[in-house]
Design a protein around this ligand. Structure first.
Ligand code: C2E
Ligand code: MG
Ligand code: MG
Ligand code: MG
Length: 291
């Protein structure tokens, strides 16, 4: 490494690039292998009722259980899967496994809905809603117990096409949730144009309630607007009791966040749901009772 300063800077730069592109290359190859191998599986995060803190539904969150690298969070592989055109097969396998796992929880009355994230790209795929309806028929889950979470980024591409797919799902009784609300561009437009059942207020806003006066006022106004429109509100990323107290007083319907429960493997979530139904175990209702 006894080079002139300029030269060594360049070679280090080249090396960085090569490493980044090699890492990227191996991630792609790994992902192509991992999806059919069933390494990407559903974890679940409980959502609680704001009024009494009881767990009432779950969101499905994909986790990649890599044989060498351990558990990988979706931020590291969902965008890559989208770019490679692998998000369809990925979501499909996570969806099927999640329904198989959680359909009994619905049947037993432990939860009222299972929320699955759907990539904006899929929403523009002509085969998407047909496929999802077919896959749903293969499971024991009633359409009315499925919530599809969408983000509004797709609106920048083709609202009318996305709307056709969404309306087809809604007609079957599938609930549509607008995810990460408060972070994008076309939120209000989407809200008015689509059959939205649930609004999920993003954690970037929820993190500020009770702390930042302007955010608190804005979130309270959002709760009131949703109520007036007959839309359910879920607060995402609730991490402390002060937020929960504020949100409950503001009329929030449901809450989700580390304060109540982190995403966990199916066996753990099932145990939490059963313990709570049996009247003990889970402490989310005590957190709320204390509030
Ligand atoms: P999302 O749908 O908005 O999911 C909520 C994210 O917030 C999850 O991150 C969850 O673990 C995290 N979270 C929940 N409560 C808290 C909290 O109190 N504090 C903080 N800091 N974070 C909290 P995760 O699991 O890493 O997922 C990230 C994103 O990846 C999801 O955001 C969703 O957009 C996407 N995603 C996850 N699974 C799938 C999937 O199967 N298919 C598709 N297409 N996208 C998925
Ligand atoms: Mg989501
Ligand atoms: Mg979200
Ligand atoms: Mg998100």
């Amino acid at each position: 490494r006894a080079k002139a300063a300029g030269g060594s800077r360049w070679s280090a730069f080249d090396e960085d690039l090569r490493c980044a592109s090699e890492a990227r290359h191996s991630l792609e190859a790994e992902l192509r292998r991992a999806i059919p191998a069933g390494e990407i599986t559903p974890w679940f995060q409980p959502v609680v009722n704001a009024a009494d803190g009881r767990m009432v539904s779950v969101e499905v969150l994909a986790r990649w259980n890599h044989p060498e690298r351990g558990m990988i969070a979706p931020g590291a592989f969902i965008p890559v899967a989208e770019e490679l055109g692998l998000i369809g097969p990925l979501d499909s396998s996570v969806f099927q496994a999640a329904c198989r796992r959680a359909a009994p929880w619905v049947a037993e009355g432990l939860i009222d809905t299972i929320a699955c994230n759907v990539s904006p790209r899929e929403l523009l795929d002509p085969a998407f809603s047909r496929e999802l309806i077919r896959r749903l028929a293969d499971t024991d889950l009633p359409a009315t117990a499925l919530t599809v979470e969408i983000t509004e980024t797709f609106l920048l591409q083709d609202l009318s096409l996305a709307r056709r797919h969404i309306e087809r799902l809604a007609a079957l009784g599938v609930r549509i949730a607008l995810d990460d609300f408060g972070t994008g561009y076309s939120n209000l437009h989407a809200l008015l144009q689509l059959p939205i059942h649930t609004l999920k207020v993003d954690q970037s806003l929820i993190g500020g309630v009770g702390r930042d006066n302007r955010i608190s006022k804005l979130v309270r106004a959002m709760m009131n607007a949703a109520k007036a429109l007959g839309i359910r509100i879920i607060a995402e990323g609730v991490e402390d009791e002060a937020q929960a107290i504020f949100l409950r007083a503001a009329g929030c319907d449901r809450m989700q966040g580390f304060l109540f429960a982190r995403p966990a493997p199916p066996e753990e979530v099932e145990q939490m749901l059963r313990d709570e139904a049996a009247g003990g175990g889970a402490d989310t209702d005590r957190i709320i009772a204390a509030a």
